[in-house]
Design a protein around this ligand. Structure first.
Ligand SMILES: Cc1cc2nc3c(=O)[nH]c(=O)nc-3n(C[C@H](O)[C@H](O)[C@H](O)COP(=O)(O)OP(=O)(O)OC[C@H]3O[C@@H](n4cnc5c(N)ncnc54)[C@H](O)[C@@H]3O)c2cc1C
Length: 591
């Protein structure tokens, strides 16, 4: 026996068989791992922004695969608890968080200043606010490690937006310096409480009332789902006494946790929810007992104003689903490339590769749609009316479909890891638990699908603007094989027509989700094909576009082999390490 083999035996003996198990993504840089993101960011970001921010994407990629991931695992195991009184017996309720959650807050609010990056310069060395593309790309990297905390981060950001847009000057002067502070220890965080026992989807059923007495508004009622329950300021809807029933009678209020003299405002966190997922973050129930609140904006436009926050949250939820799906894919790939079964690495088995493709395609779809939606937001903010219409429809499309896709993707990724995927020591179990909230908060799937069909399509006609820009992108994608481009164009037209038909005919309401899914899938397919046609981008995105067409926009015969050998030649290209060119995939696109 030579020295090398002796060493080998020692290591194996110490290993106790651990090397049989596939590694996970611990220690990886989640930015570097993500070829799609790295190649697409320069398409959607201004070159100077990309140049300045890339080191921060890289740094967050390291954190997300490292310290943030460790903290997220610990925080999930040590959920917050609410205490009704302080140690002196005063009715000063507070939420006790584990130190791991506090450290994640420091990274988010202190180091990266997620809450302020859209609203002022001075974040990440920028002399102006970050673009929406940059902000959501950072959210996407963060959430690959920690999902729960993104709720308080995002809702603070969106609360600031509402205060800046709708509040009067006095209220702005009072709240904004605190909410935009770079000092994490002193800053005020925001949240949004709408849902009550009487209604979540049916917001008009809200029973909380607002009474104007002695020159101030006081709130009475119960809020049933309050995420980030101990926020410093909550935006909420209440009905001023005497206002009409339904959504038109609702006004928007800002509820501070503490009054100007430092006393606790008159509301209590009655208890925290014992939740399936998002366990690191506190969701509670709030009882309003005459709490002082400030009216925000037009007393008659409460819901309309609040919908701005809802829409911003919906976009962020789509990004969060994209992020969690990316984590699922990364975990599945790492495992598939090293787990052995029957003498072979499992990625070499055709059925396993098909499973991996089913995880891969929704991930890449959501990446393209969220980056395009974020760039539409940037253009809309700069005054582009068409882009405002794209954003109007892309927001609920992304929220609806990416959040739904997250669930089977999380389950599929677990299955690739086998039994260990079901065990809470590995991240897959948490990814499955967290995935499910996406189809509930900021509107269920039905509510988002109805928003798409009955409002974005029927009322706002936003699908027309979306169809026009997607058509232009197809014109630009001149290097795609003509047959494939034609197929994309024909499918786009059919999806638009179907959505229009469902929107025009109330009897077809039950088809709203199918029509919305069609719009999402074709949007993603056109975007991925266009991206693939850009010289700097890997052409396998066009293969993902074809997979979206084949598997999500057409009905293959279940009793015939698939039209294309996705387990063989196509999979070889998709899982190849090298950059793939359009000429390499051209025949597969035409097939
Ligand atoms: C962990 C957690 C945290 C949350 N945090 C917050 C928070 O911070 N702030 C907040 O305001 N809310 C929060 N929510 C509430 C969440 O937004 C609601 O639960 C959600 O909007 C659904 O409302 P609901 O529970 O009343 O269900 P319902 O509205 O009763 O819906 C029940 C079912 O009926 C369907 N339905 C309703 N209307 C229609 C229709 N017209 N057509 C077809 N189907 C319909 C829905 O799709 C759903 O499947 C949270 C929820 C959870 C679980």
């Amino acid at each position: 026996m030579d020295a090398r083999s002796a060493h080998h035996i020692n290591v194996t003996q110490m290993d106790h068989g651990a090397s049989h198990l596939a590694p996970d993504c611990a220690g990886q840089n989640f930015y570097r791992l993500d070829r799609g993101l790295r190649e697409l960011l320069p398409l959607y970001l201004a070159p100077e922004d990309f140049g300045h921010l890339e080191p921060h994407f890289d740094r967050l990629g390291v954190l997300a695969g490292g310290r943030l991931d460790e903290l997220a695992r610990i925080a999930d195991k040590h959920p917050p608890v609410v205490e009704a009184r302080d140690r002196f017996g005063r009715d000063e309720d507070f939420i006790d968080y584990h130190g791991s959650y506090r450290e994640m807050e420091t990274i988010a609010f202190g180091d990266f200043q997620f809450h302020a990056m859209s609203h002022r310069g001075g974040c990440l060395g920028m002399d102006r606010p970050l673009s929406a593309v940059a902000k959501y790309a950072l959210q996407y990297l963060f959430v690959q490690a920690e999902f729960g905390l993104m709720c308080p981060i995002s809702v603070t950001d969106t609360s600031i937006h509402l205060i800046r847009k709708f509040a009067g000057k006095e209220l702005q002067d009072y709240l904004l310096p605190k909410m935009l502070s770079a000092d994490h220890a002193a800053m005020w965080k925001g949240t949004q409480f709408m849902t009550e026992r009487a209604g979540g989807s049916d917001v008009g059923a809200i029973e909380t009332t607002a009474r104007f007495e002695d020159g101030e508004w006081r709130l009475f009622g119960d809020k049933w789902f309050c995420s980030h329950a101990d926020a410093d300021v909550a935006l909420l809807l209440a009905r001023p006494e005497g206002a009409e029933a339904g959504t038109k009678g609702l006004a928007l209020f800002a509820l501070p946790r503490r009054l100007k003299d430092g006393r606790r405002n008159a509301y209590r966190i009655v208890r925290l929810k014992d939740k399936l997922g998002t366990r690191s973050m506190a969701s509670g129930e709030i009882k309003l007992e005459g709490a002082v609140a400030y009216l925000v904006g037009d007393i008659k436009a409460g819901l309309k104003q609040m919908m701005e926050q809802v829409n911003l949250s919906r976009l962020s939820h789509g990004v969060r689903a994209a992020a969690m799906m990316r984590r699922c894919l990364n975990e599945a790939m790492v495992c598939a490339q090293s787990r052995m079964a029957f003498g072979n690495t499992i990625i070499n088995y055709p059925l396993l590769r098909r499973q991996l493709l089913k995880v891969t395609v929704p991930v890449e779809q959501s990446l393209s749609v969220f980056l395009f939606a974020a760039s539409a937001m940037d253009r809309a903010n700069a005054g582009d009316k068409d882009a405002r219409a794209w954003l109007r429809i892309l927001t609920p499309l992304l929220k609806f479909r990416a959040c739904r896709d997250n669930i089977p993707v999380a389950t599929g990724s677990m299955e690739v890891r086998g039994g260990n995927g079901y065990i809470e020591e590995w991240v897959n179990a948490r990814l499955i638990r967290d995935a499910h909230i996406g189809v509930l908060w900021e509107g269920t799937s039905n509510i988002n699908a109805l928003d798409i069909i009955t409002r974005a399509v029927a009322k706002n006609r936003a699908h027309g603007a979306l169809g026009a820009v997607l058509g232009k992108l197809l014109d630009e994608a001149a290097t795609l094989p003509p047959g494939f481009r034609g197929r994309l164009r024909a499918t786009l037209n059919r999806a638009l027509q179907f959505a229009e038909r469902v929107a025009a005919d109330g009897a077809l309401e039950a088809d709203a989700r199918r029509a919305a899914s069609g719009l999402y899938h074709v949007t993603s397919a056109v975007l991925m094909a266009w991206e693939a046609s850009r010289p700097s981008v890997d052409a396998r995105r066009a293969l993902f576009a074809r997979l979206a067409l084949d598997n999500r926009l057409s009905a293959p015969d279940p009793l015939e082999p698939a039209a294309l050998d996705w387990e063989g030649e196509a999979a070889e290209l998709i899982f190849a390490d090298h950059k793939v060119s359009l000429s390499e995939v051209a025949a597969l696109l035409q097939a």
